[in-house]
Design a protein around this ligand. Sequence first.
Ligand code: AMP
Length: 415
Amino acid sequence: MKFEDLGIIPPILRALKEKNYEEPTPIQAQAIPMVLKRNDLLGCAQTGTGKTAAFAVPIVQLVHRIESKEKGKPALRALIITPTRELAIQIGENLEAYSKHTIAKHAVIFGGVSQHPQVEKIKKGVHILVATPGRLLDLIDQGILRLDTIKLFVLDEADRMLDMGFIHDIRKILKLLPQKRQSLFFSATMPDNIEKLSKSILSNPKKVEVSPVSSTAETVQQLLYYTNRTSKKDLLLHILENPHMNQVLLFARTKRGADRIARNLSKKKIKAAAIHGDKSQNQRQKALKQFKEGSVRVLVATDIAARGIDIDKLQYVINYDIPNIAETYVHRIGRSGRAGEEGCAISICEPEENVYIKDIERLTRQRIKIINDHPFPQTDSPMTPQEKREWNMEKQRRKKEFFANRKKRNTRSRV
Ligand code: AMP
């Protein structure tokens, strides 16, 4: 299948060529013609499958086709809602690339930064708006934005939206949209509450589904190192001796942990930066930029901050800890081996985390390859009193997190 076979207009085909996209990914091949034919769409796909282009390309095309005839200030025609600022920025970057040779204009709005430049851009007129829910509602409340001219609506990462507590905001936004519109709905997972929400948004949708969350990307090699808690630091340095690992996304469970790992690596002259919720927007963008350019070798991230990071051809992911929720593992390793590229996910497991590996293998129905040949194998050596205290605190924290998540899940299933 070629992009030329999907009904895409020449200016966008040119832009895709300039982005070195050779052929459409499965979700693009399925979704693009459906959206161009003005169908509603229910897409079950996670990041890394090429889902952004699957909705952004046809939106740019529809806007270009329809709005080329219009004169005067552009009217807002498409709204894309996404949960995090990182995702919003990345969708904006994709729109920028795909719309390069078209008349389609877009803006990206998100909270945590001054609204002024965003408002200036909107006031000049845009056809496509990418927004996080909070900032969008804020600008609507201030009378700066209206949604009554929207013809295309995209809800991206719906499951994440609900996880982050955006359900009320989404309901408010839906009320402000015209009834007559085309809607696209994307989610990595489709539990009952998400399906119910999709039904309230879509009308007679076409469905596309690629790599459900339990199927890890086939191109990702998964490796597992068993070690002790105290040896993780040294084992990480040992793993990073591999000179091929020049761009590594490393996951840490906590914000403090992320900072500590980045600090330890920097002390050993390994260029590292941490991104997490306590970092300012500027700090996060700077770290991401340096990582993309190659001046930072290891980007240490918490799960929420890493969600939506879009790095072409990211090859290595390291799990410095094993997530206690198996789906999180699948999301993490989905960051490597994107769009058909090869990837490698390395997990570092301490004794208390062995049980999580079992959960993961059950979910993915795959055995992770164990690497025994390394200098820091797992032993049953007793913990020092300090380690024991830390571990007990960590256990308490995880227990709390587990019950909080369960409560959230129960609340959500009632939504
Ligand atoms: P997404 O799932 O939209 O986050 O895309 C994942 C990554 O794949 C991004 O870096 C895209 O730029 C890239 N990508 C998307 N579609 C293609 C394609 N058809 N060929 C090559 N790379 C692509």
